[in-house]
Design a protein around this ligand. Structure first.
Ligand SMILES: [Zn+2]
Ligand SMILES: [Zn+2]
Length: 262
């Protein structure tokens, strides 16, 4: 059985996990080493099962846990060349950490097939990940993206689990406390996905037969889990689809989500 979950998710830190038979990959490590270690312990996963850390981009909420974590468990790190360069420059990885530039290549990490795809975001490099477990289960993860490009869509199609960002509610963002420049940044093509944009993409995937979804990186200030879930359900109902026909979870902010085993 494969297992997917997020250890935590949101602007205070992001980390996702794909596991099979005790071996697992982490996507991002955006909280302390302690937070990740405790979450793994809670999931009864030994750190020795960690085969690699896939990084989406170098923003704080995705990499802040790396330096201390790698001191204890110096796992190989994968990312775009631009992201890895930033991580090395800022000494977020160790001099002897194995770094592999992914940039659209198909890589093999301890039996897992790993492929990055470009996402549009205001960082040096940014990507999503499509992971195939040794037994052929697929998970596609995309957070921190201003819009869903054709490349992103192509990589989300036919995954057994799709983890996509539902960052903000458009009304809450526009009426919320953020300064105008920050609102514009979030809503821009290099910012984040709104609930509506996320729902529009997921509806296309549902048409294609995807059944398990995780709504990730839900903003604390400009969104709420029930709102992200409700927006998707309303979009499904409006499209004549049965919301019960799929499984959707809103990723929890500070602790592992129930996740999916299949
Ligand atoms: Zn970011
Ligand atoms: Zn982020």
């Amino acid at each position: 059985m494969a297992f997917f979950t997020t250890l935590y998710s949101g602007s205070s830190g992001n980390c996702a996990l794909v596991e099979e038979d005790g071996k697992f990959l982490l996507v991002d490590l955006g909280k302390s080493c302690r937070a990740a270690a405790m979450a793994l312990k809670g999931l009864e996963l030994a750190p020795s099962g960690l085969m690699g850390i896939l990084v989406t981009h170098e923003h704080h909420d995705h990499v802040s846990g790396l330096p201390v974590f790698l001191k204890r468990w110096n796992a190989p790190v994968y990312g775009t060349a631009a992201t890895l360069e930033e991580l090395a420059r800022r000494q977020l990885v160790r001099p002897n950490t194995s770094l592999t530039a992914a940039d659209g290549k198909q890589l093999e990490v301890a039996g897992f097939g790993v492929e990055s795809f470009s996402t549009s975001h205001d960082s040096a490099g940014c990507c999503g990940w499509r992971i195939t477990t040794p037994k052929g289960k697929t998970v596609a993860i995309a957070t921190d993206l201003g819009y869903v490009s054709e490349e992103v869509m192509a990589n989300l199609y036919c995954a057994d689990v799709v983890a996509l960002e539902a960052n903000y509610d458009e009304y809450m963002l526009s009426r919320g406390p953020y300064p105008p420049y920050l609102k514009a940044r979030i809503a821009s093509q290099r910012g984040h996905l709104s609930n509506d944009e996320c729902a529009a993409a997921l509806l296309k995937l549902m048409d294609n037969g995807c059944i398990r979804y995780s709504l990730c990186h839900i903003s604390q200030e400009n969104n709420a889990p029930m709102l992200a879930l409700g927006t998707l359900q309303a979009a499904m109902t409006a499209a004549g689809m049965d919301p019960e026909a799929v499984q959707v979870q809103a990723a929890l902010r500070h602790q592992p989500s129930p996740g999916y085993r299949w």
